[in-house]
Design a protein around this ligand. Structure first.
Ligand SMILES: [Mn+2]
Length: 497
């Protein structure tokens, strides 16, 4: 059944859609009025004919095609299905802003919701079938009756033919054809793998979930471990926008009284220059900085505080920066703040030194932990000598640092999350990988094992690092990091000396 037939202007105002769309859209809502046939007739006529637009392929169409070919080559003779997912409901017919599934986007460059990519075996290997929402133009009443898809409600979609040309699909099809095409495909009994959890209708239509699905997700994550030139440029753009967002915050800091204002100032730049933030901005002042993922951001920013900001702009190409700096709001660290900051900085330097091809992914983490254990012992916080504290059966230093210092970064802030342990966490660093290096120390206000002067201090320093053939390149090298440089950055942006 074609979905446009389901949305007739004269239909009673009841939920008009079933099946794959019911979860994410109701074309009409109870506060929509019923359209009399005469109005439908009236609405369908009197529009200037549209010139057929020539759809040009996206700039990197070849790269996306190569990515599809590389994935397909790992699964000869198998059907691979990668949906992008739908807009998520916020309440009733309100949705969150759509962001495509990262795997789908990585394979196509297409940012429209609801699409499904199928890589279908053919004599040459695999053909790319791209299912997209039809754009019937003004030949169907949907253009003015469908509040979730109609172009007078949400703007036009590319449509089938244009999507096919733009994203280089071998075959472009309307979503209404998907159930029938899938039944045909699956009837032949070919092995099929699906990226699950994004599109309930696809999950239901495809053969039962199998362990094989997990291998597809892992393969995608593992291909995405290695960034190509296009991705590195996209990351660099996200980093540059993130730098401007931090500058905005510091420029306005003398007038920002609350964490909420810090968040809003950062996020404004993220939305102006990019798609938005790559993850919920952490704006943590004072003791809130000791809470790793403080995103409530409902506290005050006081003069003597350290302000920890962990935030990144996600660019138009959907790659995100992930950066943390910890600032003295006054422009000068106090002596205890400086002690802690200095130790985190030393741990980060030791970690950077381990970011070389062939090193363990965990080598930077281990180096940072060794520095922490030594430093915490010298500060009188860790009673045990470092070699004792670091032992597998102790790990006492963790009380004040908790997290690992690195994760992969790319389209997702915690990128490549489905990669197998042996190729990521237990694997080796290799050129093209981009990871964070983000040691942190967190002394809770009520931690009796910590001298009072350090209680309530939280410091994290996070940078984004590309593994190169010879070592590494810090993509965020432009961000001040050393104690004096950070102090100067705060004072200069605030117009102080
Ligand atoms: Mn991070």
């Amino acid at each position: 059944m074609k979905r446009i037939d389901r949305v007739t202007g004269a239909a009673p105002a009841v939920p008009a859609k079933k099946g794959r769309e019911s979860a994410h859209s109701a074309g009409q809502a109870s506060h929509d009025s019923v359209n009399p046939p005469a109005l439908v007739e009236f609405m369908l006529s009197g529009w200037r004919p549209r010139p057929s637009r020539a759809a040009r392929p996206i700039a990197a169409a070849r790269t996306f095609a190569q990515r599809r070919a590389r994935l397909a080559a790992l699964f000869p003779g198998e059907i691979l299905i990668i949906p992008t997912g739908h807009e998520k409901i916020r309440n009733n017919d309100n949705t969150y802003r759509f962001r495509p599934g990262s795997d789908f986007y990585w394979l196509t460059g297409d940012q429209e919701p609801d699409c499904v990519l199928a890589l279908v075996p053919d004599p040459k290997g695999h053909a790319s079938w791209l299912f997209v929402e039809e754009n019937p133009g003004r030949s169907s009443p949907a253009f003015f009756t469908d509040r979730s898809k109609g172009e007078l409600w949400v703007g036009p979609r590319l449509g089938v033919a244009e999507s096919g040309a733009r994203y280089g699909a071998d075959r472009a099809l309307g979503l209404s054809e998907l159930p029938a095409r899938f039944h045909e495909l699956f009837a032949a009994g070919r092995p099929t793998r699906v990226v699950r959890g994004l599109d309930p209708a696809v999950d239901a239509l495809a053969p039962a979930p199998r362990e094989a699905d997990r291998a597809l997700a892992a393969a995608l994550s593992e291909l995405r471990l290695y960034k190509d030139a296009i991705e590195i440029r996209a990351l660099a753009r996200a980093v540059a926008a993130t730098r401007r967002a931090y500058d905005d915050v510091l420029r306005e800091l003398p007038r920002l009284a609350t964490e909420r204002e810090v968040e809003a100032t950062f996020d404004r730049r993220a939305r102006i220059e990019g798609n938005g933030v790559g993850y919920g901005t952490i704006a943590a002042s004072g003791a809130h900085a000791t809470i790793l993922h403080w995103t409530r951001n409902d506290g005050p920013v006081a003069k003597g505080d350290l302000l920890l900001i962990d935030a990144g702009v996600e660019g138009e190409e959907l790659y995100t920066a992930d950066l943390t700096r910890t600032f003295p709001v006054s422009g000068r660290f106090t002596a205890p703040q400086r002690d802690v900051y200095g130790l985190v900085l030393a741990a980060q330097r030791a970690a950077f030194a381990q970011v070389v091809p062939g090193a363990d992914f965990l080598a930077p983490h281990r180096a940072a932990m060794a520095v922490f254990a030594g430093g915490l012992h010298r500060m009188g916080i860790l009673k045990e000598p470092p070699e004792v504290a670091l032992a597998e059966d102790k790990q006492f230093h963790k009380r004040w640092t908790l997290h690992n210092v690195s994760h992969m970064l790319g389209l997702d802030v915690h990128d490549c999350a489905h990669a197998r342990a042996e190729s990521y966490r237990q694997g080796k660093l290799a050129p093209g990988m981009v990871l964070t290096v983000e040691p942190g120390l967190y002394f809770q206000v009520d931690d009796l094992r910590v001298p009072p002067k350090y209680r309530g201090i939280g410091v994290r320093i996070e940078d984004d690092v590309l593994v190169t053939a010879r070592g590494h390149e810090i993509l965020t090298a432009d961000f001040p990091r050393e104690i004096e440089d950070v102090e100067r950055w705060v004072r200069e942006k605030a117009g102080r000396r």
